[in-house]
Design a protein around this ligand. Structure first.
Ligand code: XUL
Ligand code: CO
Length: 442
């Protein structure tokens, strides 16, 4: 197997003062933070579709990036195998141990699903053989139920029983492959599970059918030995006008309604959060407090653009607050998938590495600063103080749900007026956050 990325060395940690473009400035895998190695806090994964597939094509222009990786022609099994070789070399050079895939990222899809499945078997045999003896494994798998025209009216939410069977067949196969490749998670992202207009849509039927597809997936997965986490990846829109898994709160409510909440958690994507009008931290917090935080798709949107740009994460305030939620969650049961892609004019192999160095360093920096927020104590100390009245005898009684309106109204009558409300001190807290983020690396 010849070296594909021959201009790029193995990427090592050199520290914040390094000017080497092919070195980590913050990601130091063996460094211990809050009792755990950085690489254990940060189970990074490469998204097969973006990193090995996306060639810069957009709605207005053809691809700009050559991702043949030495294969003669795109869309062949030779190309599919070249992607495996390139992917392994890429991950090893960066020290990334995980990858995520959709079924059809791995092989070119055939007209007959039997042939597609045969190709998937051949390719995953090859992938397994090539990763044997390395520490590279699958983070999560998923079925692409949004690109093929048969899913134009939805997959689990389709109007057509036969199309529903194809969705089921793809989910079945993708779970089998996830198990074969040792995956920790299985994701449902419902790109076509939603509607363009309610004039032609039976929302109740569609949602019940989606829930049944997920139930069958859970039962089948458990029956073939999948012990990992099933995940819903919320997104409010794009490609559909409205997607049912709008945000974490909506998806969690859906899982509870259909009795799926013991097996499923959230895969929170930063850019999907902002499309829903939330911060990334909001979506992580809502998931965490409901014991539903399973995994993240690491990327960021662009404040000037209202769609899913899947930029590599560079905003260290966002990664700091995200890592704060993740650390508070006790880590992630699944991991951190860079669902991010190079910008179209970043069209060299070197750019692929720069992108991951940016993303991994941004999250490593976020982890360092999240630990500092916790150790510093000023932010959490303020929050404790803000709510301290709920530690009093009456506050505790309210928390336990042991009070009545009459009793509380009697106290209000006795007080006549409450004491002045305490300040929320937002600007002070923001200056504390700045102080921590900008204080350098110890
Ligand atoms: C689309 C998206 C997907 C999912 C997997 O916005 O995020 O790539 O992560 O289907
Ligand atoms: Co995603």
């Amino acid at each position: 197997m010849s070296e594909i990325f021959s201009n790029v060395p193995a990427i090592k940690y050199e520290g914040p003062d390094s000017k080497n473009p092919f070195a980590f400035k913050y990601y130091d895998p063996e460094k211990v933070i809050l009792g755990k190695k950085m690489k254990e806090h940060l189970p990074f994964a490469m998204a097969w579709w973006h990193n090995l597939g996306a060639n810069g094509v957009d709605m207005f222009g053809r691809g700009t990036i050559d991702k043949r990786f030495g294969a003669a022609e795109e869309g062949t099994m030779e190309h599919a195998k070249a992607k495996v070789d390139a992917g392994i070399e890429f991950m090893q050079k960066l020290g990334i141990e995980y990858y995520c895939f959709h079924d059809v990222d791995l092989v070119p899809e055939a007209d007959d699903i039997n042939e597609t499945n045969r190709r998937l078997d051949e390719l995953t045999d090859y992938l397994k053989e090539k990763t044997e003896g390395t520490n590279i494994k699958c983070l999560w798998g998923t079925a692409n139920m949004f690109s093929n025209p048969r899913f134009m009216n939805g997959a689990g939410s389709t109007n057509d029983v036969d199309v529903y069977c194809f969705a089921a067949a793809q989910v079945k196969k993708a779970i089998e492959l996830t198990v074969k490749l040792g995956g920790r998670g299985y994701v449902f992202w419902g790109g076509r599970e939603g509607y363009e207009t309610l004039l032609n849509t039976e929302v109740k039927l569609e949602q019940e059918n989606i829930a049944n597809l997920m139930r069958m997936a859970r039962d089948y997965g458990r029956s073939i030995g999948f012990e990992g986490t099933f995940l819903i990846e919320p997104k409010p829109k794009e490609p559909m006008k409205h997607q049912y898994d709008y945000d974490a709160a909506t998806a969690i409510g859906f899982l509870r309604q259909y009795g799926l909440d013991k097996d499923f958690k959230m895969n929170i994507e930063a850019n999907h959060a902002t499309l829903a009008g939330h911060t990334f931290q909001h979506e992580l917090r809502i998931s965490r407090i409901n014991d539903m935080l399973g995994s993240i798709d690491a990327n960021q949107g662009d404040v000037m653009l209202g769609w899913d740009t899947d930029c590599f994460p560079s905003n260290v305030y966002d990664t700091t607050l995200a890592m704060y939620e993740i650390v508070k969650n006790g880590g992630l049961p699944v991991g951190i998938n860079f669902d991010s892609k190079n910008r179209r004019p970043s069209n060299t192999y070197e750019d692929m590495f720069h992108a991951f160095i940016l993303g991994m360093d941004s999250f490593a920096f976020g982890l360092i600063k999240a630990a500092e927020i916790i150790e510093d104590g000023r932010l959490e100390g303020f929050v404790d103080k803000k709510y301290e009245s709920f530690s009093t005898e009456l506050g505790q009684k309210i928390r336990k749900g042991e009070t009545t309106l009459e009793e509380l109204a009697a106290r209000a009558a006795e007080l006549k007026a409450p004491k002045n409300p305490i300040s929320g001190q937002q600007e002070y807290l923001e200056s504390v956050l700045n102080n921590i983020v900008l204080s350098g690396i110890k």
